[in-house]
Design a protein around this ligand. Structure first.
Ligand code: 13P
Ligand code: SF4
Length: 404
């Protein structure tokens, strides 16, 4: 039995860098990498000849490389990718759809994942061994995923076992936004992975097998999902990984039906009920749609809640003339607005704040890895170790089964 020891609270560097690209002038036009490096975040090193390339030069380079590679390469793009990257994606989607796509792509020998690290890891777990998954910029992590590391989660798991014993029946559910090692821990311990589009099914699945859920790492998605299932907040506790025993008493742990890891997304926790009130004042007929990583209060004040794919489908299917206040990442909201010129679509947050890690997939990085493939080099391969892969796959397969 191990016990967590109190550690100093550590804020992930990705979280500290989150506001680097925020701006009030709304201008998110792609610049040369050299210019964008001035944002002051960590970027992966790249050969200097890519630094000064204009978006037009990059565009023709990518077209040439793709022509040479043909169907040997497939590009997957998450909805939060900037326009100058998502335009190259063969498939776009939310985390769930992209994981399914990664499992379905058979002929390509390389999958270039325009998204963040945990998504590329998942693609590596689900794709075949003869395929390589490539993340164009290795610094493209996720600040929420960085709020839970495997050592902390193992400590938590042991502590819960010490309080609840064998019969405690805690079912671990990890959000896709977590490391492969955490997914593997869930796979080994009767747990499951979920995304924002199937979290309620994962909870239902878990309660058919146990009394309690440990939900990692996003407390907001966990809380919002549990509330939707009728579990009152008094039955939930928050596990602080920097405190002994999560900062909880054994009694609190025994009474809890949901143990929420203390993690959050800094992009989605920016959305507030005040912004929703302002939107309703300005547009009395506005429909407010938000992502479930927003806080409980924001979700309660919204009209619709769902994954990025759900948000996209709902807005696209809405009647002409309708007005939409959206609470999710700005690159996606701007695209929705552009693709729905017959509707009014705007971001609830007046400050333009992209996800700083998603934004690190600059098109120059895409060109770099594609030119590598043309030259026979696999740059930035994401490879999950075999043991972790096998266990994580169990938890991912369970998710795919309940989502059919
Ligand atoms: P989706 O699965 O809804 O695309 O969400 C992924 C994500 O990282 C949201 O912040
Ligand atoms: Fe992670 Fe939030 Fe960015 Fe999604 S929007 S990738 S949760 S930091």
């Amino acid at each position: 039995m191990t016990m967590t020891i109190s550690r100093q609270t550590v804020i992930p560097i990705t979280e500290l860098e989150q506001s680097a690209f925020c701006r009030s002038d709304g201008n998110l036009r792609t610049q040369t990498l050299e210019e964008e490096f001035k944002a002051g975040v960590r970027w992966q090193k790249i050969p200097t000849r890519y630094l000064k390339l204009s978006p037009e030069e990059i565009d023709s380079g990518i077209a040439e490389a793709r022509k040479a590679l043909g169907n040997q390469v497939v590009l997957l793009g998450h909805h939060y990718q900037r326009e100058d990257v998502i335009k190259y994606a063969d498939f776009r989607g939310d985390s769930y759809l992209l994981s399914k796509q990664a499992a379905a792509v058979k002929e390509a020998r390389a999958i270039v994942f325009c998204g963040v690290h945990f998504m590329a890891e998942t693609a590596d777990i689900l794709s075949s061994d003869r395929q390589s998954v490539i993340l164009p910029n290795m610094a493209a992590g996720c600040s929420m995923a960085d709020m839970a590391n495997i050592e902390q989660v193992e400590d938590c798991w042991d502590d819960l076992g010490s309080v609840l014993g064998e019969t405690g029946q805690v079912i671990p559910i990890t959000y896709m936004n977590s490391t492969a090692a955490i997914k593997a821990l869930c796979g080994r311990n009767n747990g499951i992975v979920c995304t924002s589009s199937n979290a309620d099914r994962a909870f239902k699945w878990a309660y058919e097998r146990g009394e309690r859920v440990l939900f990692l790492p996003d407390q907001h998605l966990g809380r919002n999902t549990a509330l939707k299932m009728g579990i009152p907040e008094t039955d939930m506790v928050v596990w602080n990984p920097f405190k002994q025993m999560g900062g909880l008493t054994p009694e609190q742990i025994r009474r809890a039906r949901v143990i929420l890891w203390q993690g959050h997304c800094s992009v989605h926790t920016r959305f507030t009920t005040r912004q929703i009130e302002d939107a309703r004042k300005k547009y009395p007929d506005v429909k407010v749609i938000v992502h479930p990583e927003c806080t409980r209060e924001t979700v309660a004040a919204a009209d619709y809640v769902g994954s990025t794919e759900y948000i996209q489908k709902t807005v696209n299917a809405a009647p002409a003339g309708s007005v939409w206040g959206v609470g999710t990442e700005i690159n996606m909201v701007s695209r929705l607005a552009r693709e729905n010129p017959d509707k009014t679509v705007f971001c609830l947050d007046p400050v333009v704040c992209p996800c700083a890690t998603m934004y690190r997939i600059h098109p120059a990085y895409v060109l770099w890895v594609l030119e590598g493939l043309v030259a026979g080099l696999v740059i930035n391969r994401i490879e999950v170790p075999a043991g972790t892969k096998a266990d994580a796959r169990i938890a991912l397969d369970r998710m795919l089964e309940i989502s059919e």
